[in-house]
Each structure stands twice: as structure tokens, then as C-alpha cells.
Design a protein around this ligand. Structure first.
Ligand code: NI
Length: 172
């Protein structure tokens, strides 16, 4: 396994749409392993492959509390087939937008189809933090960041802040 660098915004690579995976083979499983390790190391609760520069529909998630047993979830080619009418607002963050957060409304519950680590078809119905996290990661697969849900003014503020932080890092 390997820890890979996470791409941070603003970066055009994060706007690329990911392609479905044809088959869950050992190469894909190795990628999922690397993604999970990278996500835990960050630390984060979700990661999409596009954030490590691989434009395939792959997501790793683990929303279990830090002091509890790890419960990783691997989502290959996820597709949401149902959204609840109930909307919840949550203060969302992203490993590609370090230290930036914003309140964002999203459907509370979802039902999705996906392939698991072994390539088997699965269906999951979930709500709360896991639903939130999966919706966030699936936005990444469409080339969207959580700031793309915000007004242009708010988005601009966050992206400029990140750009400034990065320039300081480069010159330091
Ligand atoms: Ni994210």
C-alpha cells in the first residue's frame, strides 16, 4: 500500500469527470487499498480517486468514530437511485480544500447501487453522516467540489484563501 499526494483546489484536475470502471481486478483493488491508506493518513472520512489524479469512479469511505474499529467502505461505480425529500444542512469540509468548511443542504437519506471490493453488486440505503459523505464523494466523480454548491462570492473567497496558503508554502 502507498500514501499518495492529494490534489488541492484550485486545480483543473479536480474538474475532470471520472469514468466507470470496467472490471474490479487486482489493479483496481490496489488503487482502493492506496486510497484507503491515503484517506486514513490525511485523516479524512472519504476520498475519491480523482483527488489522487485517477479519473475512475472509485470512492473509499469510513465514518466510524476514531476510537472504534475501522469500517471501510469501497464504492466502485456508485449510482444514487433515490434521494429523500428531507433536506439536512451540515458543515462540510474536503481534503482537497484543507481547513475550509461551509454549511450545505443535501438530501438526508439516499439509496445507491455500487460494486464492492470483490466486484459484487450491492445496494445500500443510508442517512446521516454516511449519506452526506457519499454524496460529497460522488460530486467529486462529476468534477464538482462542495464549494461549487455555494455562491460565486463565497466560493471565490475560499479558493483565493487556498491559493494564498499554497503560494506561501511554495515560497517558504
Ligand atoms: Ni472532498
Amino acid at each position: 500500500m502507498a500514501i499518495l499526494p492529494i490534489i488541492t483546489a484550485p486545480d483543473r484536475r479536480l474538474k475532470v469527470k471520472s469514468a466507470p470502471v470496467e472490471a474490479v481486478d487486482d489493479r483496481i483493488r490496489r488503487l482502493l487499498d492506496d486510497m484507503l491508506e491515503t484517506m486514513y493518513e490525511a485523516p479524512g472520512i472519504g476520498l475519491s480517486a480523482v483527488q489522487i489524479g485517477v479519473t475512475k469512479c472509485l470512492i473509499t469511505v469510513d465514518v466510524s468514530p476514531e476510537d472504534e474499529e475501522k469500517r471501510p467502505l469501497y464504492l466502485v461505480n456508485p449510482e444514487i437511485i433515490q434521494y429523500s425529500e428531507q433536506i439536512e444542512t451540515y458543515n462540510e469540509g474536503c481534503l482537497s480544500l484543507p481547513d475550509q468548511f461551509a454549511d450545505l443542504p443535501r438530501p438526508e437519506a439516499i439509496t445507491l447501487n455500487y460494486l464492492d471490493y470483490d466486484g459484487a453488486s450491492q445496494q445500500l440505503q443510508t442517512d446521516g453522516l454516511l449519506s452526506r459523505c457519499i454524496q460529497h464523494e460522488m460530486d467529486h466523480l462529476k468534477g464538482r467540489l462542495f464549494v461549487d454548491h455555494l455562491s460565486a462570492v463565497k466560493r471565490g473567497m475560499i479558493l483565493r484563501k487556498l491559493d494564498k496558503v499554497r503560494r506561501q508554502k511554495v515560497s517558504a
